[in-house]
Design a protein around this ligand. Structure first.
Ligand code: SAM
Length: 311
């Protein structure tokens, strides 16, 4: 029933005639229920091997598991509505970690004491970086609970292990007491489960937010490929980002060939809404794949948010 053919076009525009046929999306099954996955629920039945990822001045560890073993699926990168690609390490998450590292080095960003949410985490390397850089709370979200149990939690454990920590170059602010949680489920329902969010209606009526409402920093990589999921993703971000200084760092491809999403199209949706604006932090054109970008989104607080289709 499902085909991953469209997703093989993610990285290349070869064989793609134009953008006109890009927005065909499959009819999806109902999403899995939202749940919290405890760190103790780490899978022991799936084979997990660990390897280093070189990120320039920084090295992190990532695991490798078999999609076939976890989901009983052939080696698909992504099966819409069933398995959303979390077992694969996508290029954007590496771009994002590099940008975060640079931003911290330049003094443009600090994770120290911050509440951080990584949406569509998969391997979770950006969230793991935030943890090493001193975040007070890091919450990881993925569509699939299996991804969290088989990969994200083991990856976090590997990167925080006593054997590895001494080799991490950028752990100056690491706080072993930081609060870590894992949540699985669809973006359309996730706001009910995330501990840091705004109360219903508070976006529209007041500048008086509870001091613990929302996340200070939201991170996400390669999450905007599906046009149909973008509105629930953006709605979730609005419900969960702290006001007025919360920031979103987003890494994604300029265009996801075959499915229609991409940074331009996401930005245009956000600009039409008028609640946030973006600045381009970096563009990656390695010549061998699609153009990738990292944007920093911030709240246009002077414009009082009105009820919109995304709120
Ligand atoms: C292409 S993967 C990217 C994984 C990881 N961020 C990376 O860059 O390696 C897309 C991620 O978004 C999540 N995702 C996609 N659609 C979703 C939805 N409708 N609700 C919740 N999560 C979703 C998936 O769980 C998956 O981890």
């Amino acid at each position: 029933m499902y085909s991953n053919a469209a997703f093989q076009l993610f990285s290349s525009n070869e064989n793609s005639n134009s953008g006109s046929s890009d927005s065909t999306e499959p009819c999806l099954p109902p999403p899995p229920p939202c749940i919290e996955v405890l760190s103790s629920e780490v899978s022991s039945s799936v084979k997990y091997t660990v390897e280093p990822v070189n990120l320039g001045e920084l090295t992190l560890l990532k695991g490798r598991v078999s999609t076939k073993e976890v989901f009983a699926l052939p080696n698909s990168d992504l099966v819409p509505g069933v398995y959303e690609g979390g077992l694969k390490l996508w290029e954007g998450s590496l771009d994002l970690v590099k940008v975060l590292h640079k931003e911290v080095q330049l003094g443009n960003l600090s994770f120290s004491g911050k509440r951080v949410l990584e949406l569509g985490c998969g391997h979770g390397l950006p969230g793991i970086f935030a943890c090493l850089a001193g975040a007070a709370a890091i919450h990881f979200q993925d569509f699939n609970a299996e991804v969290l149990r088989c990969l994200t939690i083991p990856n976090l454990n590997a990167n925080l292990s006593e054997e590895f920590l001494p080799f991490v170059t950028d752990k100056t602010n690491y706080d072993s007491g930081s609060e870590v949680h894992f949540f699985a489920g669809d973006w359309s329902q996730m706001h009910q489960f995330l501990p840091h969010r705004h109360d219903e209606g508070s976006l529209n009526c007041s500048s008086e937010q509870s001091p613990i409402a929302g996340y200070d920093i939201i991170l996400m990589a390669e999450t905007i490929y599906s046009i149909s999921a973008q509105q629930s993703l953006y709605g979730l971000i609005k419900k969960c980002l702290s006001h007025p200084h919360g920031v979103l760092y987003m890494a994604a491809k300029k265009h996801y060939f075959g499915v229609g999403g991409g940074t331009r199209q996401f930005l245009s949706m956000v600009e039409k809404d008028g609640f946030m604006a973006a600045s381009l932090v970096t563009e990656v054109t390695d010549g061998s794949s699609n153009v990738r970008e990292v944007h920093n989104y911030f709240i246009l607080y002077s414009i009082r948010p009105m009820a919109t289709s995304h709120s």
